[in-house]
Design a protein around this ligand. Structure first.
Ligand code: AMP
Length: 307
């Protein structure tokens, strides 16, 4: 199977309690592509950048066999720029600057190579653009996964509802799930979100892991306890990228396999936060990924017991 992903490609400037960066590579599509490439999945990205975007970033994607035919470069345009600052506990962040730039008039073009992809990941971006990508596919993909954030709930509620209605899997963090459903209990929130469209609801809880809801079933995985956390930016995108890439690679879109995909997504997210920006996921090898998945197994396995 093939994976097609749309999302922002950006310059980010990040501040955490451990340091500060100048403009570095960022954006949902970047993290998704890099996560998928760790598993050598056939992945194509659809996005837009300005003429100011470093050529070396695009070359790095090509070297990793990430298909970038769908990355439009706007002559004279400026790339999307986002700047954020994290609190001391890294759990909350303030967006300092969002310069939409070339993303404002983005009319996505699906590259021929990706137009019949079986798995479509609608990464964080304007829901109108997400919907237009879905409608431009040659046929409806077998699985449509949506990632979004509170920014879109606050600014484009109606379009967000339209794209959610056409989605199979939604990944969202706990705070956003509560905002979307107006429910405090995550079980009630997941039920309400099911009713909006997605059969599968994944609620991410940062350093506390992720929960997958399907019908009346629940699967929960803790996050890997880490000694070093530098920068949570992109963890959600790397999670979604790893989740989607695993399903694409195994060609199995069942609930049982989605549980495994959650492990892969979590293994990607935990790696991403260990360095600033995309640096640690850029250098993630398949062997290291396997090793981290074993750590998850050790963390969660216990023998049956009697009480
Ligand atoms: P995450 O930490 O998973 O929420 O993703 C962080 C990435 O999202 C950063 O690299 C930003 O460039 C990107 N980002 C932030 N705000 C937006 C937005 N409004 N639209 C699209 N991408 C965004």
């Amino acid at each position: 199977m093939k994976l097609l992903a749309v999302g922002s490609m950006a310059y980010d400037a990040i501040e955490t309690p451990f340091g500060k960066t100048d403009k570095i590579l960022g954006g949902a599509a970047s993290y998704i592509g890099l996560a998928a490439s760790v598993m050598k999945v056939d992945v194509s990205l659809v996005t837009v950048v300005g003429e100011d975007f470093h050529r070396e970033y695009l070359e790095m994607f090509e070297r990793k066999n990430i298909n970038i035919e769908g990355v439009e470069i706007v002559k004279g345009g400026k790339s999307f720029f986002w700047s954020g600052k994290y609190s001391l506990d890294l759990n909350t962040r303030d967006t300092l600057i969002t310069e939409v730039n070339v993303l404002a008039d983005f009319d996505p073009k699906i590259p021929p190579h990706g137009s019949e992809s079986e798995v479509l990941l609608l990464g964080n971006l304007d829901p109108k653009v997400q919907l237009s990508v879905l409608h431009k596919m040659k046929k409806r993909p077998k699985l449509v996964i949506l990632d979004t954030m509170n920014f879109w709930m606050n600014s484009t509620w109606d379009s967000l509802m339209k794209v959610i209605a056409e989605t199979d899997v939604i990944t969202i963090n706990d705070e956003e799930a509560r905002q979307l459903s107006r429910e405090y209990s995550l079980i009630k929130a997941a039920k309400k979100i099911h009713a909006m469209g997605p059969k599968y609801v994944i609620i991410k809880k940062g350093e506390h892991g992720a929960i997958l809801f399907y019908k009346d079933e629940i699967f929960a995985l803790p996050a890997l306890p880490l000694e070093e956390v530098f920068d949570p930016t992109g963890a959600g995108d790397a999670f979604a990228g790893g989740f989607a890439a695993y399903l694409t690679k195994t060609e199995d879109l069942s609930f049982e396999n989605m549980k495994k995909a959650i492990v892969v997504g979590s293994a990607m997210a935990s790696r991403t936060v260990e360095k600033f920006g995309t640096k640690s996921i850029e250098n993630y090898t398949n062997e290291e990924l396997k090793e981290r998945i074993k750590q998850f197994q050790g963390l969660t396995a216990f023998e049956s017991l009697t009480v």
